[in-house]
Design a binder for this molecule. Sequence first.
Ligand code: NAD
Length: 338
Amino acid sequence: MGKLYAISGVTGMTGNELVRQILTEDSRDRILGFDNFYASSIDTVSDRIDDERFEFFEYDLNNKEQMLDFENRVRSASPKYDEVIYINCAAVVHTEHFYHVYETFETNVEGMNEFLQQAIRVGAGKFINCSTSEVYSMNSWNENGGVKESDYLTMAVAEHSQRTSYATGKLLTEFFMKDAVDEGRIRGCSIRFANVYSKDERYPKHIIPYIINSFRDEGKVVLLENSRKNRRTFLNNYDSCSAVLALASTDTALDGTVYNVATDEEISIIDLATLCAKKMGITEPVIEFEGYRESDPERRLLSTEKIRTRTSWRPVVGLDKGLDECISNYIPRVSRDL
Ligand SMILES: NC(=O)c1ccc[n+]([C@@H]2O[C@H](COP(=O)([O-])OP(=O)(O)OC[C@H]3O[C@@H](n4cnc5c(N)ncnc54)[C@H](O)[C@@H]3O)[C@@H](O)[C@H]2O)c1
């Protein structure tokens, strides 16, 4: 009979790729999804919008009437499917919004909890909660193969930066998830993604599109002073979504706990900029430094032993291939050939 997916934030970076990965040619699954276009547009699913297995609603996670309507639609569709899986992708994400305490609280914490309660009310079997590796805050790495889900946290606090409000909100959602599973209301887990990127990104301030677009449009890139030292791993959107689906289809993994999802391919931001420039045919890239971000960890390196042990998930898109795809998408062939 197939599975029924209920996805919030479905036109966002994670949501739209999930639609693509779920609705393969012979899939009997169906998706009910919504988004309020806070940070996306319908264009991201234009290749699937006519697929009768996908129904989209321009709804807001914080709008009670719209959520009630969505709930009723899921409830009435659910008897035709083997199981109902909720995936919460809707969130106030991205660097500049992280500082908006009330907005992140309303959507990322209250909205997440309402969506979780909705999943429980409709009798959904599973709930996947997208959390973030930002919760590792100032202890985002170690020399023993990266931070683990069970490591204690050292958070930057309001004394340091309002930015951590995003991470603390997400951290709270992990407790909601755990409580719901421990109380036997649903199965599920939280996922701490680290630095997801995509060739179709709509948000030009994420570092990879920012670097590529800056070289393309300005002939140079201006980085934060932090970038002189900072190192990161980057997770291709294809791999973040395949992790969501790997977890959703592994019942034994859905014990309410947290899973790191990342790669271990670490690169400094300066080397990332130089690599992008090289791939774009720029031999002597101009890299300038301006501004400083408080409480930004120098590294973010996650252990993915837990998800690799409990599921068959492995990342398949290396940074080299991922950057090639980004560059060919952001820079039309004709302008690269000039
Ligand atoms: N991108 C990353 O690097 C990253 C890293 C760690 C965790 N995450 C988490 O993964 C999840 C998905 O993130 P993403 O990268 O796809 O971000 P995204 O911004 O591309 O997608 C989020 C979507 O939610 C929508 N949205 C926001 N507020 C809404 C509301 N009130 N009602 C309905 N829709 C709303 C946005 O319009 C957007 O389409 C989020 O929970 C995010 O916190 C992302």
